[in-house]
Design a binder for this molecule. Structure first.
Ligand SMILES: Cc1ncc(COP(=O)(O)O)c(C=O)c1O
Length: 395
């Protein structure tokens, strides 16, 4: 009896909370398997990770060096270094012709940190927030961890995998939604929403009192037509972006949000308490990154070449069904002609062809078993070699 009580008490001391019980990110398992092959001398082509192979702009690295030389790296204000917030505001003017007050800009720990702040500031526990499927898994998992309910809404190729106002309102009628989060260019599909599609979704959402969040992390990486910022379509939308992708600064952990004015102070208070400030060195580097755009445009031209190699090469290798690769650096291929289990497909492709890609099940619990996501953020030679290896393997 005493033993049982003791072990119950120990269990209570050691058990993780229910809210921490979020699924893992399967791409990490693929990376671990690839690392094992590499440890035994194999050469793996990495197309699983959504990470640019290139480094941060030279301007960013030089600014960070100079800041380190100065010796002191202090806390910054919770909303971010003022000159960085002003530089981001200028970016909206220069890139989209959108005037935005720098006071509405909040610097965050990558866009990942922005999701936490935005969800805390906008939603109560139990609130229902729509996300698209297929979609970036942490949207769902962060909402769950914060006690909100993610409401996955399926998209289809008929709308270029864009969420429509009708689909949103239909979910809202079933049980009211408090928010909706979409990304364009999207991960994992690489598809983009047109200005009309985004505008009509925002109108539908806001007309029904559903708050709109736009993940614009892949802006700048658009190939067919320019990505449209939600900021230009609604003063009420909350926009999230990051230095991780276009500026190749994943490990620096710096991003930003543009938030409606009434949310600035609540988010400032949250950031003060949750992290005090974003790392100062990363903010200094991020501000200088805007001066490295010519270097980043050359990298983008590399992605464009990679995209072409895959669009032409994969069908010859046997993978001829994929969604339009409008932006980001992803190609989402339907592998149902070869398997009913894309996890097994990706595993075999890694073992036999030494090409690592991510099974779709990470992004879409329902239909992901039919898809594999290829990331094309590495060199053109890697892309050619990957296509050749996949062709040999599938033959
Ligand atoms: C769609 C999307 N949003 C957000 C993130 C998070 O990026 P970060 O926290 O590095 O800004 C990623 C990372 O892959 C992503 O694909």
């Amino acid at each position: 009896m005493l033993e049982a009580t003791l072990s119950d008490r120990v269990k209570r001391l050691l058990t993780a909370s229910g809210r921490s019980d979020v699924p893992p990110f399967m791409v990490m398992d693929v990376m671990a398997a690839a690392a094992r092959i590499e440890a035994s001398g194999g050469h793996v082509i990495h197309m699983e990770v959504g990470q640019p192979a290139a480094s941060a702009p030279k301007t960013a690295i030089a600014a960070a060096h100079a800041a380190l030389e100065s010796g002191r790296i202090d806390y910054t204000s919770a909303l971010g270094i003022v000159s960085l917030r002003e530089r981001i505001a200028r970016h909206y003017r220069d890139t989209y012709g959108c005037a935005v007050n720098a006071e509405r800009i909040v610097v965050t720990t990558g866009s990942s940190g922005a999701f936490i702040l935005a969800f805390l500031a906008m939603f109560e526990p139990g609130d229902r927030v729509a996300v698209t499927v297929p979609g970036y898994p942490p949207y769902r998992h962060i909402l769950t961890a914060l006690g909100c309910e993610p409401v996955p809404i399926e998209t289809s190729s008929a709308t270029r995998h864009a969420l429509t106002g009708e689909a949103l309102l239909s979910a809202h009628r079933t049980r009211p939604l408090k928010g909706v989060l979409v990304g364009s260019p999207a991960n994992p599909t690489g598809t983009m929403m047109s200005r009309e599609a985004l505008a009509s979704l925002i109108t539908a959402a806001e007309g029904a009192g559903v708050r709109f969040i736009s993940d614009e992390i892949y802006h700048g990486l658009d190939y067919g037509f320019p990505a449209v910022t939600a900021l230009g379509l609604s003063p009420h939308a909350l926009v999230i972006n990051s230095f991780s992708k276009y500026f190749c600064m994943t490990g620096w952990r710096v991003g930003w949000m543009v938030v409606p004015e009434p949310l600035v102070r609540p988010i400032e208070r949250l950031q003060q308490n949750l992290s005090i400030s974003v790392p100062a060195l990363s903010q200094i580097a991020a501000e200088a990154a805007f001066d490295g755009r010519a270097e980043m445009e050359a990298i983008k031209r590399g992605y464009l070449e990679n995209r072409q190699i895959l669009i032409e090469g994969l069908p010859k290798a046997g993978l001829d069904k994929f969604l339009p690769a409008d932006g980001a650096f992803y190609l989402y291929a339907d592998v149902s002609a070869f398997t009913s289990d894309s996890f097994e497909f990706a595993k075999k492709m890694l073992e036999r062809a030494h090409v690592a890609a991510t099974p779709g099940i990470d992004f879409d619990p329902l239909h992901g078993h039919q898809f594999v996501r290829f990331s094309y953020a590495r060199s053109a030679d890697d892309m050619r070699e990957a296509v050749a290896r996949i062709a040999r393997w599938l033959a």
